[in-house]
Ligand binder design. Structure first.
Ligand SMILES: *Cc1c(COP(=O)(O)O)cnc(C)c1O
Length: 375
């Protein structure tokens, strides 16, 4: 394949300027053989908790583990229901299922693409244990009403902050608002490791201790196992990489916001195109810049043919995935999520995206829509 004119994501452009610094940090880990858990993980945990304005952070193997341990730590298990959205990555629901509970879906808001807070209460039953909002694409869900509903019904709130490292809600940071939050540091996320990694944040010390036990085979003391846990430790090399990259995260998120603003300016008013909206309460960090078009296949073909990298996040909402056929959902159950799944196109988005690259994407998208592919 010819190299892309505008790649969807350019990790090389992101890593080249900090490569030496990251390599030096990795060497330190190798010098002291601190590969599984250990002091480099502890150092990253302290820095990331501070960044999130949370009291505690636990480094884990990936974002899926983070959400799973969060639910296990809260005591969510068989017979329980957890409310979440169908427009998310599969891992959100997998964590609920692997905790032994049942995912109960609530549709998303058609403007922000996060959980529709007006529909949550109708989904609450005597079995509901937690609400798991997803900060989709880097924009926080509307957390104040969610926390208020949770208080009234005595439920826990778990933030899926896998796409929200540095995202804000009013004057707070993602990861500090719910009872607990799960982050992913998958390489393509806004804060990405050089491999797999994840993190959990909470302000609750007792919950933190329980989650630490699940991460470490259920032991509080080595070889004394109080519960059946798992191996969910963060890798020391990843912690060293993440500690370096964390220093540049605000700057990188600012680069994404600049790129999003430029897209918004240049694409404003284009017929057949729905642009992302930053809610008044949100500090959006644009993990994904998703627009909506009508004839998506034609648009993606046009952009792909011209070397512009695009994606779909996500083509099938979770309630219609084959893996969840046993939940008995059918098309029409969550119309906003379904309409988004059919019309979302994620445009190139990364901190180093240049004005020239943005203009290329915009002019190709506009010419394709003008030719009738949008409306
Ligand atoms: C990436 C992601 C996850 C899972 O994170 P991994 O590190 O890949 O396990 C969970 N939820 C959402 C919304 C994600 O985007």
């Amino acid at each position: 394949m010819a190299s892309s004119k505008v790649p969807f994501l350019d990790l090389k452009a992101h890593h080249d300027p900090i490569r030496q610094e990251v390599m030096a940090a990795m060497s330190e880990v190798i010098d002291v053989n601190a590969f599984a858990g250990g002091p480099f993980v502890a150092r990253f945990e302290a820095a990331y908790a501070k960044f999130c304005q949370a009291a505690h952070c636990i480094g884990v193997g990936n974002g899926t583990d983070a959400l799973w341990f969060a639910l296990l730590g809260l005591g969510v298990g068989p017979g329980d229901e957890v409310i979440t959205v169908p427009m998310t990555f599969m891992a959100t629901a997998e964590a609920i299922t692997y905790a032994g509970a049942k995912p109960v879906f609530v549709d998303i808001d058609p403007v922000t693409y996060t959980i529709d807070v007006t529909k949550i209460e109708a989904a609450i039953t005597p079995r509901t244990k937690a609400i798991l909002p997803v900060h989709l694409f880097g924009q926080c869900a509307d957390m104040d009403p969610i926390m208020e509903i949770a208080r009234r019904h005595n439920l826990f709130v778990v933030e899926d902050a896998a796409q929200a490292q540095g995202s804000g809600y009013r004057n707070r940071q993602a990861g500090s608002i719910g009872h607990v939050a799960g982050f992913s540091f998958y390489p393509g996320k806004n804060l990405g490791a050089w491999g797999e990694a994840g993190g959990i944040t909470t302000n609750d010390a007792a919950l933190c201790a329980r989650m630490q036990m699940f991460r470490e085979h259920g032991q509080a003391k080595k070889y004394y196992h109080d519960v059946v846990g798992w191996n969910g430790r963060m890798d020391g090399l990843q912690a060293a990489v993440l500690s370096v990259k964390l220093k540049y995260l605000d700057q990188a998120n600012a680069g994404r916001r600049r790129a999003a603003q430029r897209y918004n300016q240049l694409l404003a008013g284009t017929a057949g195109l729905i642009l992302p909206v930053e809610a008044p309460y949100a500090h959006h960090i644009y993990h994904i810049y998703a627009v909506r078009v009508k004839h998506r296949a034609a648009v993606m073909q046009h952009l792909g043919d011209r070397g512009i990298g695009c994606g779909i996040h996500y083509p099938v909402p979770v309630h219609l995935q084959k893996a969840y056929a046993d939940l008995g959902h059918k098309p029409g159950d969550f119309p906003v999520s379904e309409a988004c799944a059919e019309s979302f196109v994620s445009l190139p988005m990364f901190p180093e995206l240049t004005d020239g690259q943005i203009e290329t994407v915009v002019s190709e998208l506009k010419s394709c829509l003008a030719a009738g592919a949008g409306a």
